[in-house]
Design a protein around this ligand. Sequence first.
Ligand code: AMP
Length: 215
Amino acid sequence: MRLLIMGAPGAGKGTQAALIKEEYKIAHISTGDMFRAAIKNQTPTGIEAKGYIDKGQLVPDSTTIKLVKERLMEEDCKNGFLLDGFPRNTAQAEALDEMLKEVGIKLDAVVNVDVADEFLIDRITGRRTCLACGASFHVTSKKPLKEGICDICGAELVQRKDDCEETIKSRLQVYHGQTAPVIEYFSKQGIVKNIPGVGDINEIFANIKKALGDL
Ligand code: AMP
């Protein structure tokens, strides 16, 4: 299965992406996680990306598209993949279509996790992330078993620098201005599945599975 998951920052797309990856046994490609790993390893991509990420802006398309193109060529993507956080604007969406066309494949569905803005700020400021494995928790709604420690890999949980209140405003602006039109773009291809993203994590996931069931 070849999927894309979309949603505003804090909509819970990372959480649902982890469940989808597990259920369908497909490669999870999160551009945000890839950039954070690049920053941690101080690679040239990481050094370039850091300034943009810290301000809540998009990393330039040329860098991002190259990163995704290389990742999609890897062996584990042959069984299918879940793109998370890419494309973030219509130029990236067109580049993705082009990349897939070159290798003769198509996206099966775009899962859009839909959450109103009023819920997003609390969700993002309360989020705690494991920089080792990318898992995310929340201080009230998805507490780790041991405070400050990742349930999955045991590393320390931190608040992402771009999850602070000032940066969120700019990320939401970027989302509404540049990323929401990507949903329109894929709607025209008839592959968007809109899933309400408020409520119990497992119920949201059950709705995603139901929507993908007939593929
Ligand atoms: P995320 O973890 O998906 O919220 O991504 C965190 C940050 O990484 C974003 O706010 C952007 O600065 C950057 N980023 C992630 N994906 C992309 C993308 N497809 N295009 C440009 N920047 C991106």
